[in-house]
Design a protein around this ligand. Sequence first.
Ligand code: DSN
Length: 441
Amino acid sequence: MRLQEQDHDVFRVLSAERRRQREGVELIPSENYVSEAVLDAMGSIFTNKYSEGYPGRRYYGGNENVDDVERLAQDRAKRLFGVPHANVQPYSGSPANLAVYVATCQSGETIMGQNLPDGGHLTHGWKVSVTGTYYRSVPYHVKPDGYIDVDEVGRLAREHKPKLIWCGATAYVRELPFEKIAAVADAVGAFFAADIAHVAGLVLAGVHTSPVPYAHIVTTTTHKTLRGPRGAMILVTEKGLQRDPDLAEKIDRAIFPGLQGGPHDHTTAGIAVALGEAMQSGFKDYGRQIVANAKTLAHGLIERGFTLVTGGTDNHMMLIDLTPGGPGRGVFLQEALDRVGITVNKNTIPGEPSSAFYPSGIRLGTPAATTRGMRQPEMERIAAWIALVADAIKDYQLPTDQPSRGAVLRDFRRAIQENRHLEAVRADVREFCLKFPVAGT
Ligand code: DSN
């Protein structure tokens, strides 16, 4: 029996999500829309199988087809990125990154990564992640201009002698300085891991530097600019194998049996399909268009009076700094944009004056909109809508005393529901979006 007949409750929610994706503009820079082919693989019977181990070395029978699909994914990853080893089993980015620690460090040893409020990722040593509690984390920062402070990376590395240094970010709008940070890591004898979760698709399209010549290990999720299913990969480079000939084996053992059990074979199949898509010549055009769209959107926002961290973007993403209107206002703009069908996320900005829950920035980007076929003229329209929405809520301020925040937010939520201008924008956004179909919706 199909879902529609069997389970009305789940089907109803799924239908609502289809409508949300179809009728709204997705600007969260870590999200994307997969193809029908990736959806087919993800929804396939590969989900029925257990296959602990690796191709040819499994702990269960009946894995001849899983072996083939996993080898396909590995081979495509190796060819695309130009690396000798790929592990495609991590359930997602966080376990992939954790495996890098397990393979290279002992608990309590020193590691370095970009500070989370400065755009870094939780798993690069932030204090509430196990990567910041099981290891001694020494974070590095961005400079007042928003660019990574490479001099500080060098200073801290010489002082603290880390075992592992990360370069990669979750909210960084400029080219990642792989070569410079690799030089620091090499000088102090640290492993250098590049986390390219956000920019993997841009690397393949040739619009972002590849870390492969510089890093020992590269991790990436597969669902962002790479446009595959939710999953991750760990790549070991030639440089990594020169540093430690057992590094690939250590990474594989860290994933299984170190951290995970059976791989999600339907996801592996989806990753293989997405990597096949990334091998097509059109993928380079896609990557170039993501960046062209981001630059147009950034320009359109700046023209309308917004302040952007670093003053623009080199990649797929931008960060609006809302502090000129008051600290902690990200929540208002995120929710007001949600109201009109434009999805973004509130985010800390470097030097955040408020908090992670009530941050002062908005993070937005173009990978998903670009997949839909939106181009520069559409980015102009989106910038105009964002400005209109921001103007409609400009008088809302986050109270500094926490107890009054609930009341202000309740008033705000009621007001944006009742606002007729926002209702009109919602209708325009819906009509606009229906011209750009989304696979699976
Ligand atoms: N939280 C993800 C992102 O949105 O960038 C990264 O883990």
